[in-house]
Design a binder for this molecule. Sequence first.
Ligand code: ATP
Ligand code: MG
Length: 148
Amino acid sequence: MEVIFTLDEIGEAAKKMLAITEGHKVLAIHGEMGAGKTTFIQALCEAMGVQDHVSSPTFSIINQYINMEGEIIYHMDLYRIKDEAEATGSGVEDCLFSGNSCLVEWPEKALGIFPDETMHINIAAINANTRKLSFQHSTKISSKLINN
Ligand SMILES: Nc1ncnc2c1ncn2[C@@H]1O[C@H](COP(=O)(O)OP(=O)(O)OP(=O)(O)O)[C@@H](O)[C@H]1O
Ligand SMILES: [Mg+2]
């Protein structure tokens, strides 16, 4: 299953992705540097009702937002994390298992600490303005969608 979108369509793509991933609290967003992970997470946060400023947590590792319903959303960027031990020591694992929504960039830095129910999504640049979202691993829900 793939979703292809330009910046103009990113809000719609985010809504679609939220509908597809409903029930999954942890979204692991894979993709190369500059692929559009942070930009897409900004759109996801807007679609989730976050009014706070959403910016890359590259230095802070973990950003916390609260949406209009008072729900907590964690935005994490593991780019600067060396390994799973460092991720756990930085509080990443606590967030992943907190039951709150988590949107994670560079999940491959600490794949072993992610919950089994994690939805893995890949974002790739097709050209300067177009990006493709695809499901990297077949979780129960995505394989069901792919097969139907
Ligand atoms: N359809 C699109 N979706 C997302 N970003 C797009 C799109 N078209 C163009 N862009 C641009 O691509 C860039 C993506 O940068 P962004 O910081 O989101 O990437 P990233 O994957 O988070 O990078 P990093 O690995 O450094 O964290 C932005 O400048 C954004 O405006
Ligand atoms: Mg980023």
